[in-house]
Design a protein around this ligand. Structure first.
Ligand code: DSN
Length: 420
């Protein structure tokens, strides 16, 4: 495969690590071989700053078609009229939304990272909390979004942009309530659906399309594409040479100008092609079944973990993930992540609402079902996975026992290969 044996060895080692264990970080997934194949192509060699039909380089006639295909599929899938498929990933895509809609120093509002938001939603050490006056909302004590409290905070601070969306929230987001809050202060409303976009496609989570002003999603989580991101909106870009006013109608132009020349250089055309492939897959009935199964699996896993005495933030899940409070198990999130990792179950440590511990060693872990569902696991397997999670947590100091569990899990995974 590779002439570079050092890198070949590492690629094979990572492939084996994924195949021999259970990837349960809810933002991860396994793409199809078709998506992987599109990424390893000559499209990677091509520079094409600009947009289809308006490039700064020659030789873009083929990549124009690639990008248009990705844009058309994105529009069809999410029911919008404009798609920008060039953001290199989620954080740069959110940066483009800020750049397009607000000025440095303006007030912006988003969910605190420590309550399930994202660092680009206004964390003080992130650009979004440094260049903008960021106001952060939290959840209630049980971990549910508290729309009344968010409304009150908006009245107090009058943000110009509200970022709604989450990375560690196990429940449905009420886009209409967020719209009412944004309208009450005249703010732009953005939805970051990176975690749930696959569930939006399958109908397991309501779509924000037609409710919010602009949508951002990464392409590699439940959507199961390559790493990357898209920004979606309604309306059509206007004359690219004229600076648009900051209005809702102008969001397509504002976003396109923010991505390039505002923030990025050349699009990654191999990545765009792989996004087009993933979107093509997401348009099939099989993908809808996949999303439905992700949600069913998460529900069963959450019920089984609860039966085994685990405390789940909000008491369960409505989507693909759950946040488990390990306080009653007498281990920290960091220790939980380590023990599960040794058993071959990859999760990440995570804060719980009002966490008394530090984010570097918080009280909880975050886990989800997108990658296991891609491998064909269903409700029956989730019951077994819950048992393994429990055994790993119960035996977290016993390295021998954890190694035995890993061997057992590796044997089990042989019936659930990575996509081929
Ligand atoms: N890193 C992603 C996650 O794990 O949710 C968010 O960007």
């Amino acid at each position: 495969m590779f002439k570079d044996k050092e890198i070949e060895k590492l690629i094979k080692a990572e492939q084996k690590r994924q195949a021999d264990g259970l990837e349960m970080i809810p933002s991860e997934n396994h793409t199809s071989e078709q998506v992987l194949a599109a990424m390893g192509t000559r499209l990677s060699d091509k520079y094409s700053e600009g947009y289809p039909g308006m490039r700064y380089y020659g030789g873009c006639e083929v990549v124009d078609k690639v990008e248009n295909l990705a844009r058309d599929r994105a529009k069809e899938l999410f029911g919008v009229t404009h798609a920008n498929v060039q953001p290199h990933s989620g954080s740069p895509a959110n940066q483009a939304i800020y750049y397009a809609l607000v000025d440095p120093g303006d007030t912006v509002m988003g969910m605190s990272l420590y309550f399930g938001g994202h660092m680009t939603h206004g964390l003080k050490v992130n650009f979004s909390g440094t260049y903008y006056n960021s106001v952060q909302y939290t959840t209630d004590k049980e971990g549910f979004m508290d729309y009344e409290a968010i409304y009150e905070l908006a009245q107090e601070h009058k943000p110009k942009l509200i970022m709604s969306g989450t990375t560690a929230y196990p429940r449905i987001i009420d886009w209409k309530k967020m719209r009412e809050i944004a309208d009450s202060v005249g703010a732009f409303l953005a939805a970051d659906i990176s975690h749930i976009s696959g569930l939006v496609v399958s109908g397991d989570h309501p779509s924000p399309a037609g409710i919010v002003d602009v949508i951002m999603t990464t392409t590699h989580k439940t959507l199961r594409g390559p790493r990357g991101a898209m920004i979606l909106a309604n309306g059509n870009p206007s004359n690219p040479l004229k600076k648009p006013e900051r209005t809702v109608e102008n969001i397509p132009s504002l976003i396109d100008r923010a991505v390039i020349p505002g923030l990025q250089g050349g699009p990654h055309n191999h990545q765009t092609a792989a996004i087009a492939v993933a979107l093509g897959e997401a348009l099939t009935p099989d993908f809808k079944k996949y999303g439905n199964q992700v949600a069913k699996n998460a529900k069963v896993l959450s019920e089984e973990l609860t039966k085994l005495g685990f405390n789940l933030v909000t008491g369960g899940t409505d989507n693909h993930l759950m946040v488990v409070d390990l306080n009653n198990k007498n281990i920290s999130g960091k220790e939980g992540e380590r023990a599960l990792g040794l058993a071959g179950i990859t999760v990440n440590k995570n804060t719980i609402p009002f966490d008394p511990r530090s984010p570097f060693d918080p009280s909880g872990i975050r886990l989800g079902t997108p990658a296991l569902t891609t491998r064909g696991m269903k409700q029956k397997e989730m019951k077994q996975v819950a048992q393994w999670i429990n055994m790993a947590v119960e035996n977290n100091k016993d390295e021998k026992k954890l190694a035995q569990l890993h061997a057992e899990i590796t044997a089990f995974t042989k019936d659930f290969p990575l996509p081929s």
